[in-house]
Design a protein around this ligand. Structure first.
Ligand SMILES: *Cc1c(COP(=O)(O)O)cnc(C)c1O
Length: 480
């Protein structure tokens, strides 16, 4: 493909993308294919000779689209939202064109510097305490990780390294192996599975703290566990709090947990993967109170802040904790302007070496929407969730299963788990809307998450009509 053809095909692709997204409602939100469907639709080997672009594009509709779950359909209410906006997609095109690998400042100064400034911009939108910002003299700062999972892992590894160094400084007779075998990390029993995985990868014990009736970790329960573990000779070193849990969007009590972590020399990381975006609105900012006690904080603008995957924003209070844990400096990566108040090498902040120019899409989105536009977007989703909540509450056959704080509604039919499983089965089979379940206090619960950028009240109303129609049919059946 030469530049001439690229210009033409590129314009066609932009049309294809806009047509796809503007007409996405015409497609069933959930695919109707069997496992292995795709292999039979394409050759078993890569072509020997070049093919036509037209043939490839034709195959997108034939091969790919039948196997797509349309995450940006206004009939998609599963998981949590994944962000999508035109400015972010355009910025990603430019990122592809520049195609730099920004592991160090010298590897493309703009790539590093824009990221530092964008994380400061975003940190200010969230009113993060000054200590998390890089500024020009700060000890803290932000970085874009690929996912919240990576951010959690990085924080756990940095905390592990810091704990080993601290304990060895006062117990020089203890070997590193001995310390590692006694370290214990904590998280909520509602935490995302990636938190437990971080501990598995990091090779440390992790204990789950039981939550209260609002699915939040509270100080009394946590303190009890820590005291017992210390009495058993274990070394508590890390706590991952969740603000906006995946099952029900519950909020751990970080204002009471934070001081405890600080007193006990435990690293507190906050995972706010979904809910974090809402903290740009002053009315939701109190949910972030307690962040001042945290060592690191992370959320996913790629979930709810209109910046396409992947863009997970992580801040640390002392960037030296992160950088100091993993520093490697082979000669071929050294340059004259390493680590200063103004410059950092992001390769020290993450697991891979290579990194894309992801801050471009933040820059485009922040400028095209403005803080007001982003706040309006969040607020609209919360209003729609409340609208769905009132529809559920008005129907005596149903119950709401957790506080509706942001864009997620957890609900179920009053009755057995089996009844609710059957309802969800019908919903999934109809393919008109898409939901996933969760388990809360042993009960099978349906999650209704406001997801699409273009969702409106009538989509919520239609989804509820559909759910009640299927419920009616289900309850008519003799076995119920
Ligand atoms: C979605 C989610 C994650 C995982 O996010 P990734 O970026 O895919 O790793 C982690 N924690 C919570 C609370 C989440 O909701």
């Amino acid at each position: 493909m030469d530049a001439e053809e690229f210009r033409r095909r590129g314009k066609e692709m932009v049309d294809l993308v806009a047509d796809y997204l503007e007409n996405i409602e015409d497609r069933p939100v959930y695919p109707d294919v069997e496992p292995g469907y795709l292999r039979s639709l394409i050759p078993t080997e890569a072509p020997q000779d070049p093919e036509n672009y037209e043939d490839i594009i034709k195959d997108v509709e034939r091969v790919i689209m039948p196997g797509i779950t349309h995450w940006h359909s206004p009939n998609f209410f599963a998981y949590f939202p994944t962000a999508s906006s035109y400015p972010a997609m355009l910025a990603d095109m430019l990122c592809g064109a520049i195609g730099c690998i920004g592991f160090s400042w010298a590897a493309s100064p703009a790539c590093t510097e824009l990221e530092t400034v964008m994380l400061d911009w975003l940190g200010k939108m969230l009113q993060l305490p000054e200590c998390f910002l890089a500024g020009t003299h700060g000890q803290g700062g932000g970085v874009i990780q690929g996912t919240a999972s990576e951010a959690t892992l990085m924080s756990l590894l940095a905390a592990r390294c810091k704990a080993v160094r601290r304990i060895q400084a006062t117990n020089s007779d203890m070997s590193e192996m001995e310390i590692l075998s006694k370290l214990v990390a904590y998280t909520s029993d509602q935490a995302h599975s990636s938190v437990e995985r971080a501990a598995l990868i990091g090779g440390v014990k992790m204990k789950k703290v039981p939550t209260d009736e609002h699915y939040a970790v509270r100080k009394d329960m946590f303190m009890k566990m820590v005291e017992e573990d210390k009495a058993d000779g274990l070394l508590p070193f890390y706590f991952c709090a969740t603000l906006g849990t995946t099952p029900s969007c519950a909020f751990d009590k970080t204002e009471e947990l934070g001081p405890l972590c600080n007193e006990e020399n435990m690293w507190m990381h906050i995972d706010a993967a979904y809910a974090g975006s809402a903290f740009i609105c002053p009315e939701f900012r109190p949910l972030l109170n307690g962040v001042e006690f945290a060592d690191s904080f992370n959320f996913n603008p790629h979930k709810w802040l209109l910046i396409n995957f992947d863009c997970s924003a992580m801040w640390v209070k002392k960037r030296a904790d992160l950088i100091g844990a993993f520093k490697m400096d082979p000669l071929y990566l050294k340059h004259e302007n390493q680590e200063s108040g103004l410059v950092t090498d992001y390769r020290h902040w993450q697991i891979p070496l290579g990194r894309r120019f992801r801050s471009l899409k933040m820059w485009f989105v922040f400028r095209m929407y403005g803080l007001n536009g982003l706040q309006a977007y969040i607020r609209k989703h919360v209003v729609l969730a409340k609208e769905f909540e009132s529809l559920v509450r008005a129907d005596k056959r149903f119950e709401i299963c957790a506080d509706v704080v942001l864009g997620l509604v957890c609900f179920r039919l009053k009755g057995s788990n089996e009844l609710n499983q059957n309802l969800l089965k019908r919903i999934t089979q109809c393919r008109e809307i898409h939901l996933v379940p969760c388990q809360l206090s042993g009960r099978f619960v349906l999650r209704f998450a406001i997801c699409a950028r273009k969702i409106e009240s009538h989509h919520v109303q239609k989804a509820w009509q559909h759910i009640t129609q299927l419920t009616f049919e289900l309850l008519q059946e003799p076995e119920h």
